[in-house]
Design a protein around this ligand. Structure first.
Ligand SMILES: Cc1cc2nc3c(=O)[nH]c(=O)nc-3n(C[C@H](O)[C@H](O)[C@H](O)COP(=O)(O)OP(=O)(O)OC[C@H]3O[C@@H](n4cnc5c(N)ncnc54)[C@H](O)[C@@H]3O)c2cc1C
Length: 465
C-alpha cells in the first residue's frame, strides 16, 4: 500500500466527485477516526459520512476508480483493529445511517441501516414486544453494521446463536460501487457476515427478531468448590438445561467489579457465574428450580434476583466488567479465544499459570455457554519490556488454545491483531482459497487492505499509539 501523502490528491479528487456527501479531512476527524478499542493508531486520510445507499455506492465507485483504500467503520468498538485505517486511506463512517427502515411483526422481521446502535434497535423492538437476540456486551455503543461484519456474539449466544443466524438479507455495495439491494444470505451476502469489511460495505440489514420472553429468572453464583464455576457451567449444560445467559467471571475480575460497583460480599477466591433463564413462565420456573438444586449440590452460593430491580442490578454488575478493569491498567490486551466447553476449566488454570510465569496482571471472563473466554492483560503499552512479555504471553496462549482444540477468536474477529496468527488455525491451501475469494470480490484490494485473509499481501502500517 502507498504512503499517506500519496492518497491526499486522490482523496481531494474523490471529495470533488462525490459532491454532496460530507467528507472531512482535518485532524479533528482524521485523528479520532484513526483508532478502535484496541488503541491501535492508524493513518487516516479523510472520513466520509454517507447518508444512504446511493452515497455509499458513489464513495466506493470513486475510491475504486482512484485506488483509494477504504475502511468501513461503525462505532469503532472492535477489539482487533478491524476499522483502524492504514496508509492514509478513507474511513467511511456509518453514523449518519441509523434509521429503522421497516418492521413486520407478522414475519418477525426488522430492516435497519448499518449505523443503528444495537441498543437503539433493542429499545425500538422492546416497545413493540420483540427483541433481537445477538446483544454483545458492547450493545450500548456498537452498531448493527459492525455486529454483522464481525458476526458478533454475546451473553445470549449459547441459547440463541450469533448474528449470522438472524441475517435475512443485506443491502450492500461491492468494491467497484455496484449496489445490491436485497441480497439473501444464500448468495454472496453470506460471505459479508463476519468478513470484517474486507469484501463489501453493508448499507442495511433485514434481521429476524423474536417475541420478547414472557419472564426471566436471574442468578449470581459464587462457586469455589471442586470444578468451580466452569465445572458448574458444564454440568448445567450436561443436565440439559438451556439458560439464555451463562457468563463466567474469575475471582480477580469479580473483585474489580465489586469495587467498581460498591458491591459487598465478593468472595476472595471464588469464581462466579451469571446465569439467566428466559421464556414461558412454566418452563422458566422448572429450569430455574433444577438449576438451583444443581448449584446447591455443587456447594455454590446462589444469589437469585428477587425482582426486576435486583435483576437490573445483577446485569449492571455483568456490564461493569470492562469499565471496572479499565482501572487496573491503561492498556487492555483482550484476547477472545474460544474452547470446547469441557476444556474451559483446564484452559483457565493454564492461562493463570502462564500469566504468573510472565508476571502479568491477568483477568478472565466470558460467555461460558458457548466456550468463549476473554483473556485480558491489564498493562501499559509505554512499558516496552512488559509489552514484550505480553507478546510472548499471547503467542503461548494461542498455542495452548489450538492444542486444546479451540479457536483464536470467539467473536472479536481477526482484524490487524490476529492476522499474523492465521497460519496457526488454517492450512496454506485454505488461506490461498480465502485470498482467491478476496481477489474475486475486491480485485483492486481497496476494502480494508492488509487485514484478515489478505494480511500477508499488505504492508503493516498501523502501530501502537
Ligand atoms: C466493552 C466491549 C465489550 C464487547 N463485547 C462484545 C461481545 O460481547 N460480543 C462481541 O461479539 N463483541 C464484543 N465487543 C467487540 C465489538 O463491540 C464488536 O466487534 C462489534 O460488533 C463492533 O461493532 P462496531 O460498530 O463498533 O464496529 P467497528 O469496530 O467500527 O468495526 C468492526 C469491523 O466491522 C467492519 N464494519 C463496520 N461497519 C461496517 C459496514 N457497515 N459494512 C462493512 N463492514 C463494516 C469494520 O471495517 C471492522 O472491520 C466488545 C467491545 C467492547 C469495547
Amino acid at each position: 500500500m502507498r504512503e499517506r501523502r500519496e492518497y491526499r490528491r486522490e482523496i481531494e479528487g474523490l471529495v470533488r466527485a462525490v459532491r454532496g456527501v460530507p467528507v472531512r479531512t482535518g485532524p479533528r476527524y482524521t485523528i479520532p477516526y484513526g483508532f478502535d478499542a484496541t488503541g491501535l493508531r492508524g493513518e487516516c486520510g479523510g472520513v466520509a459520512f454517507p447518508r444512504g445507499l446511493d452515497d455509499l455506492a458513489s464513495l466506493l465507485s470513486e475510491a475504486s476508480r482512484r485506488g483509494v483504500p477504504v475502511f468501513m467503520r461503525g462505532a469503532g468498538s472492535g477489539f482487533s483493529g478491524g476499522s483502524v485505517p492504514r496508509g492514509g486511506g478513507l474511513v467511511i463512517s456509518t453514523e449518519h445511517m441509523h434509521r429503522v427502515l421497516s418492521f413486520d411483526p407478522g414475519r418477525g422481521e426488522v430492516e435497519v441501516e448499518a449505523g443503528i446502535v444495537n441498543r437503539e434497535l433493542q429499545d425500538y423492538l422492546e416497545a413493540r414486544g420483540f427483541f433481537y437476540p445477538p446483544d454483545p456486551a458492547s450493545l450500548n455503543f456498537s452498531t448493527i453494521g459492525g455486529n454483522v461484519a464481525e458476526n458478533a456474539g454475546g451473553p445470549r449466544a449459547f441459547k440463541y446463536g450469533v448474528t449470522r443466524r438472524y441475517v435475512r438479507s443485506l443491502a450492500w455495495v461491492a468494491a467497484d460501487g455496484s449496489a445490491f439491494e436485497r441480497s439473501a444470505p444464500e448468495g454472496p451476502a453470506a460471505l459479508l457476515v463476519g468478513a470484517e469489511g474486507t469484501l463489501g460495505a453493508i448499507y442495511s440489514a433485514r434481521l429476524r427478531v423474536l417475541p420478547a420472553p414472557e419472564t426471566f429468572r436471574t442468578f449470581l453464583l459464587e462457586a469455589g468448590g471442586p470444578g468451580g464455576a466452569l465445572g458448574l457451567a458444564a454440568e448445567t449444560i450436561e443436565a440439559g438445561l438451556s439458560p439464555g445467559v451463562l457468563e463466567y467471571l474469575d475471582a480477580k475480575t469479580m473483585r474489580c467489579v465489586g469495587e467498581y460497583c460498591c458491591f459487598g460480599g465478593v468472595g476472595t477466591r471464588a469464581d462466579y457465574l451469571f446465569v439467566e433463564f428466559d421464556g414461558g413462565r412454566d418452563a422458566v420456573s422448572a429450569e430455574a428450580g433444577a438449576f438451583e438444586a444443581l448449584a446447591r449440590r455443587s456447594a455454590a452460593a446462589v444469589r437469585p434476583a428477587r425482582d426486576e430491580a435486583e435483576r437490573e442490578y445483577l446485569w449492571k454488575l455483568r456490564r461493569s466488567v470492562s469499565p471496572s478493569l479499565a482501572r487496573r491498567g491503561v492498556t487492555k490486551v483482550n484476547e477472545d479465544v474460544s474452547l470446547p466447553l469441557g476444556r474451559l476449566a483446564e484452559a483457565a488454570r493454564a492461562v493463570h499459570e502462564l500469566a504468573g510465569e510472565l508476571d502479568l496482571d491477568c483477568y478472565l471472563f466470558g460467555h461460558a455457554g458457548d466456550g468463549n473466554m476473554h483473556v485480558n492483560i491489564m498493562t501499559d503499552r509505554r512499558r516496552t519490556e512488559e509489552m514484550e512479555r505480553v507478546r510472548r504471553f499471547v503467542e503461548r496462549l494461542f498455542a495452548l488454545v489450538v492444542s486444546l482444540g479451540g479457536a483464536l477468536s470467539g467473536e472479536h474477529g481477526i482484524g490487524l491483531t490476529k492476522s499474523p496468527y492465521l497460519g496457526m488455525i488454517f492450512s496454506e491451501a485454505e488461506l490461498a482459497l480465502a485470498r482467491g475469494i478476496k481477489r474475486a470480490m475486491d480485485p483492486g484490494m481497496i476494502l480494508n487492505p492488509g487485514k484478515y485473509f489478505n494480511a500477508a499481501e499488505g504492508a503493516g502500517a498501523a502501530r501502537s499509539g
